[in-house]
Design a protein around this ligand. Structure first.
Ligand code: SF4
Length: 209
């Protein structure tokens, strides 16, 4: 299956299969399909489809923008300089990288690391929606404007959205700045740290509740 999942392809994830297959199996099947995707022109210019990684049962899912050069080379999300910063923030906030799930709005690297075009976001969106439907995390953390615009509200500024919980299909959503933006502007370190603390406190609260 080389195209994003749509109504005709949902047989792979039918209700009966959902009952029989667990999240790891469903996510694995989705990843296998995604690696053959050619639904937009980004695939022609990159090495890898960076599906995302982490715990299929994750209660916290992070969504960035798209793979960069290092991510494309390693076929893993957030492993370049911004990813290393993200790892440090996650750890400081009390999360192991393996216990969350990390992905991006688009799975193929845009040339020159430009922001993905609307048609590329639209083409890749069904993959993201399937990942969210399978994992169904309690908390979604949008890293940067593209994730916020794609998952919550087009045009909403991260600076205005951050600090308050939003809702999406039964998941709580919080927005913060992308780690790459923090690398460019150290003034964003503090607000990002506050946002991760907010996520941590909610994460612990819901575990107790
Ligand atoms: S960016 Fe997404 S939709 Fe475009 S080719 Fe890659 S996997 Fe397919």
């Amino acid at each position: 299956m080389g195209h994003p999942p749509d109504g005709s392809q949902l047989a792979l994830f039918s209700a009966s299969q959902r009952e029989q297959a667990g999240k790891p199996e469903l996510l694995g099947a989705l990843a296998d399909s995604a690696h053959a995707c050619r639904a937009c022109s980004l695939r022609a210019g990159c090495r890898s489809v960076v599906f995302g990684e982490g715990d299929p049962h994750a209660r916290l899912l992070l969504v960035g923008e798209g793979p960069g050069q290092v991510e494309d080379e390693q076929a893993r999300p957030f492993v370049g300089p911004a990813g290393q910063l993200l790892d440090r923030i996650l750890l400081a906030a009390g999360f192991r990288r393996e216990e969350v799930f990390i992905t991006n709005v688009v799975m193929c690297r845009p040339p020159g690391n430009r922001v993905p075009l609307p048609e590329e976001v639209a083409a890749c969106r069904p993959w993201l929606e399937r990942k969210l439907a399978i994992i169904h995390p309690e908390i979604i953390l949008c890293l940067g404007a593209l994730a916020l615009h794609t998952l919550v509200e087009p045009g909403l500024a991260v600076g205005r959205a951050r600090g308050r919980w939003l809702q999406r299909d039964g998941s709580l959503v919080l927005a913060t700045y992308h780690p790459a933006a923090v690398l460019r502007d150290p003034g964003k370190r503090r607000p990002v740290w506050e946002d991760f603390c907010l996520v941590r406190s909610r994460y612990l609260e819901s575990a107790r509740g």
